[in-house]
Ligand binder design. Structure first.
Ligand SMILES: Cc1cc2nc3c(=O)[nH]c(=O)nc-3n(C[C@H](O)[C@H](O)[C@H](O)COP(=O)(O)O)c2cc1C
Length: 206
């Protein structure tokens, strides 16, 4: 945990304006997800996890609905969750693949399920779901900033009704992702990146 991190001002107090932050740009330019199979102990400590979740929860959120929540899955609870998923996985038509995919849950020392929970009202569902994605991204960044590796994974058990019931999801709740966190055992290779010219355009005045 970085104790030197300044706590944000109290509610309603001004947050000081900041200039450029080279270390943030460096993190954004160089961060890669670590393959879950390459995530080992140590996991973030309890205060570090607290910090990661607190920073993740600072994601943009239209309407201040906090349309997400976290479920920490670690230790014996993770072992038994994986065992119970394995039983469900074995009954699936793609059983070999489904069971093998559980390695990504079993191997890393820590998993956080980010649960999207949409509130009916004037804020469109789409925007509330997008906010959950922003939370996941913030979590990847916070974990990386603390020196850990992380991987945002959904896999079949984000969609399987029995698996969701085991996780205790309620009506209207969905898994935005399982965030696997730990210490990378080897560096990742850079991956393909988009051709920026192909995805950036400029609206012309008419
Ligand atoms: C919503 C979402 C779900 C994902 N689910 C999976 C998954 O189930 N299995 C997988 O191998 N990668 C999955 N990924 C991809 C990885 O998280 C990651 O994006 C990829 O390994 C490269 O990431 P990087 O650019 O952060 O290095 C998912 C990504 C997103 C955004």
């Amino acid at each position: 945990m970085l104790d030197t991190l300044e706590a944000p001002p109290a509610f309603g107090q001004p947050i000081p304006l900041r200039g450029p932050c080279v270390s943030t740009l460096d993190l954004l330019a160089n961060r890669r997800s670590t393959s879950a199979m390459l995530l080992s102990a140590p996991a973030p400590t309890a205060p570090e996890l607290d910090q990661i979740l607190t920073l993740a929860a600072r994601a943009p959120d239209h309407g201040k609905l906090f349309p997400w929540r976290f479920i920490i899955i670690e230790g014996q609870a993770k072992v038994s969750f994986a065992e119970r998923l394995e039983v469900i996985g074995q009954a699936r038509p793609d059983c070999n693949k489904a069971v093998a995919a559980l390695g990504k849950l079993k191997t890393p020392p820590l998993c956080v399920a980010v649960v999207s929970r949409v509130t009916e009202g004037k804020i469109p569902e789409w925007e509330q779901v997008l906010s959950s994605g922003a939370v996941c991204m913030n979590m990847l960044l916070a974990a990386a900033a603390l020196g850990y590796g992380a991987n945002w994974i959904t896999d079949w058990y984000s969609y399987d009704p029995q698996a969701l019931a085991m996780l205790g999801l309620g009506e209207g709740e969905r898994v935005a992702g399982y965030l696997h966190i730990g210490t990378p055992i080897e560096p990742q290779l850079e991956r393909a990146r988009p051709d920026m010219a192909a995805i950036v355009s400029r609206l012309e005045a008419v």
